[in-house]
Design a protein around this ligand. Structure first.
Ligand code: ZN
Ligand code: ZN
Length: 290
């Protein structure tokens, strides 16, 4: 199936379920969008395809077309590709990119093995975070980080949530900005597995899927968001990704203004990429987990 903006009247190709950091199960997400009149949706959980089958079954039962999806966090090295680029919180010249994969086979072994490796790495990272905070005198255990029954995706926002609940900080933003908590140097060094962008794209292609660059307006380290420099750097980036087999660009996303989206659509046309649209829905704002 061709994946682009024209596959349905109302589409949402980017949602998170309880299999990563969303509030609703895959079936609940499909049901929700069906009730809102959507024709085509995709559940795209972070670093895992475990919710895909439930979403597909819910789609079959409700008549909504469900596209198997995933969102993989990756690191891209800009050296020799985008002069002067790089996110200061990462390694020299590195930027973080999220790659969406559509039409993937959720049973693909290479894909699932790699996602398991990323999960294992994150679990070990979380354990190191726990030790760090325990050493600082905070009585926090792994179970405290679990907000939903069955949750097996745990990340820094879950730590932030505990700090807010305990009254150590007023809100999640403060937890991320405070050098006593998630902004501490030692904590910032404890990142998720640095998985190369090209590897993620190859993995998606190998699982019969197509890779799409998620929310380009959220990319840090390529010039001020929305500036001419930003868009020039983005074109350099997309030219390289296209060479590696990039299929599409998420031109419509809450991080993009109407004007940004127009510009992104134009860039997608010029770089030969399909245009996609997603809400990046994680659940109702007041219940939002991450
Ligand atoms: Zn993302
Ligand atoms: Zn997302």
């Amino acid at each position: 199936m061709d994946i682009d903006i024209n596959i349905g009247k109302k589409i949402d190709l980017h949602m998170h379920s309880t299999f990563s950091d969303g509030v609703f199960t895959p079936a609940e997400l499909v049901e929700l969008r069906k009730n809102e009149g959507y024709d085509v949706v995709a559940v795209t959980d972070h670093d895992g395809a475990k919710g895909v089958k439930e979403a597909l079954a819910a789609g079959k039962a409700s008549g909504v077309t469900v596209i198997p999806g995933i969102e993989i966090g990756t690191v891209f090295n800009t050296a020799g590709i985008i002069p002067g680029a790089g996110d200061s919180s990462m390694g020299e010249g590195e930027i973080e990119l999220h790659i969406l994969g559509y039409n993937i086979d959720p049973d693909n072994k290479a894909l699932n093995d790699q996602m398991q490796e990323i999960k294992d790495f994150r679990d070990r990272r979380n354990q190191k975070l726990l030790w760090y905070f325990q050493e600082k005198g905070y009585d926090i255990k792994y179970d405290d980080l679990i907000r939903n029954p069955g949750q097996d995706y745990v990340a820094k926002p879950d730590f932030a949530w505990v700090f807010v609940n305990r009254g150590y900080v007023r809100n999640v933003t403060e937890a991320f900005r405070s050098e006593k908590f998630l902004a501490a140097k030692a904590v910032q060094r404890l990142k998720q597995m640095p998985y190369p962008t090209k590897d993620a794209m190859d993995l998606i292609r190998g699982a019969d899927g197509v890779p799409v660059l998620a929310h380009p307006m959220k990319i840090k380290g390529i010039g001020e968001k929305g500036s001419d420099e930003f868009f020039d750097d983005l074109i350099r980036l997309l030219t390289q990704l296209k060479e590696w087999g990039l299929y599409g660009l998420e031109c419509y996303h809450p991080s993009a203004s109407e004007q940004d989206s127009e510009r992104l659509v134009d860039i997608a046309h010029r770089t030969g990429l399909k245009i996609t649209k997603g809400s990046d829905y994680h659940g109702p704002q007041n219940k939002k987990r991450a």
